[in-house]
Each structure stands twice: as structure tokens, then as C-alpha cells.
Design a protein around this ligand. Structure first.
Ligand SMILES: CC(C)(COP(=O)(O)OP(=O)(O)OC[C@H]1O[C@@H](n2cnc3c(N)ncnc32)[C@H](O)[C@@H]1OP(=O)(O)O)[C@@H](O)C(=O)NCCC(=O)NCCS
Length: 182
């Protein structure tokens, strides 16, 4: 199982793992790993999700919503122990896993952190034998997911008061990962 993956400045492997090598230019080491539901690290991810995803919409988490995440996978990125980004993977039927709640701390957005965490989560999901990642993308984040090979499907819809679109990406064990055609 993938427990943690480190992205270090100057590592040639990064060329395929980190779009545009921006992490390299910033000469930093980013660690991606799973965190345990209910742990202090998990509580930090909830605080980040609340700050980035809920507060701007005037919404907040209900405890029942967080309790229901017990069987989900919680993945996070750190630099020098500082939480930079997090997301949730929820197992679904048919070899699918739903990616939710991707949030990058505000002062580190557009620096390759979100891409790094999504790429890590794809490896993590493949390792658990999932075949496809699905997600409901905020309209504003669609270009970000498209850059990573995700494809939109269907019509826009409203969720948490704002427009979203369904997106997906296949996770073949070997070869290129592919988004489904519309
Ligand atoms: C959307 C988000 C997760 C992207 O993570 P990030 O670390 O900022 O993105 P990256 O630096 O990895 O972006 C890679 C590329 O994706 C595209 N992209 C990222 N954010 C974008 C945005 N808001 N609008 C348009 N394109 C975007 C760009 O092409 C970017 O490359 P560039 O900066 O060289 O132009 C992050 O900005 C975030 O947390 N936003 C607020 C919460 C949110 O919308 N979450 C997604 C919910 S579905």
C-alpha cells in the first residue's frame, strides 16, 4: 500500500509526476500521505476544508457529516509538517472511488500542490484496486481537473449553492490514465 510519497526538489522522477515541475523550482519537499479519521491530523484537514470550501459559502460541517467519513480515505500534503492540502476519497460500487473536498491552503494555491495531491491520490486509489475516480467539480475548478486528464460528463448542476459538473478519470493498472469521453 502507498503510505506516503515524497516530492523532492531535483528528483528526476518528478518530471512525470508534477506538472510543469513547479515544485522543483520552489526547491521544497512535499510529503503526501493518508491520515486517520478522528486523529489530530484529520482534525487539521477538516479545519482546512472548512476554511477553503465551506466558510466562503457561509456553510459549515455538521458532526454527522464528519462521522459519516469514517470509512473514507483522507489524504493530505505537508511541507515541514505544515498542512498544505487535503482531499477525501469515498469508495463506491463498481470499482469507483469519489474524490471530494480538495482544498489547498490559500497562500499556496496555483503552485502545483493541488496537482501533486491529485496525482498521489490516483496512485493510492490504484493501489487499492479502484478502476476509476469520479468527482463533482466546482465550475471554477474544471480547468484544473482537465489539466490532469479528467473529463466532464452531462450537464452542470447546483451543489452547495454553486455550479458543478460531473467529471471522471479511468485508472488502468498499466499505461496511460484516461478520462471518459462525454
Ligand atoms: C482548485 C485547487 C484545488 C487547485 O489546486 P492548486 O494547487 O491551486 O492548483 P495547481 O497549481 O496544481 O494548478 C495546476 C493548473 O490547474 C489550472 N488551475 C488551477 N486552479 C485554477 C483555477 N482556479 N482556475 C483556472 N485554472 C486553474 C491551471 O492551469 C494551473 O496551472 P497554472 O497555475 O500554471 O495556470 C485550489 O486552487 C483550491 O483549493 N481552490 C479552492 C477550493 C476548490 O475550488 N477546490 C476544488 C473543489 S472541486
Amino acid at each position: 500500500m502507498v503510505i506516503a510519497q515524497q516530492f523532492i526538489a531535483g528528483n528526476p522522477k518528478e518530471k512525470t509526476e508534477v506538472p510543469e515541475g513547479r515544485l522543483k523550482r520552489e526547491a521544497m519537499a512535499v510529503i503526501c500521505k493518508a491520515v486517520e479519521h478522528g486523529s489530530d491530523e484529520y482534525n487539521d484537514t477538516v479545519a482546512l476544508r472548512d476554511e477553503i470550501l465551506r466558510k466562503p459559502l457561509g456553510l459549515k460541517f455538521e458532526q454527522s457529516e464528519l462521522d459519516a467519513e469514517k470509512d473514507s480515505h483522507h489524504l493530505a500534503c505537508y511541507e515541514n509538517g505544515q498542512l498544505l492540502a487535503c482531499l477525501v476519497l469515498i469508495p463506491k460500487d463498481g470499482g469507483k472511488v469519489k474524490m471530494r473536498q480538495l482544498a489547498v491552503t490559500e497562500h499556496r494555491q496555483r503552485k502545483g500542490i493541488g496537482s501533486t495531491l491529485v496525482v498521489f491520490s490516483e496512485t493510492y486509489a490504484k493501489d487499492l484496486d479502484f478502476k476509476e475516480i469520479i468527482l463533482d467539480a466546482r465550475k471554477t475548478a474544471i480547468p484544473f481537473y482537465e489539466r490532469l486528464g479528467y473529463k466532464t460528463q452531462g450537464e452542470p448542476f447546483i451543489q452547495v449553492t454553486i455550479p458543478h459538473m460531473f467529471m471522471s478519470k479511468g485508472l488502468p493498472k498499466d499505461g496511460a490514465q484516461t478520462g471518459k469521453d462525454r
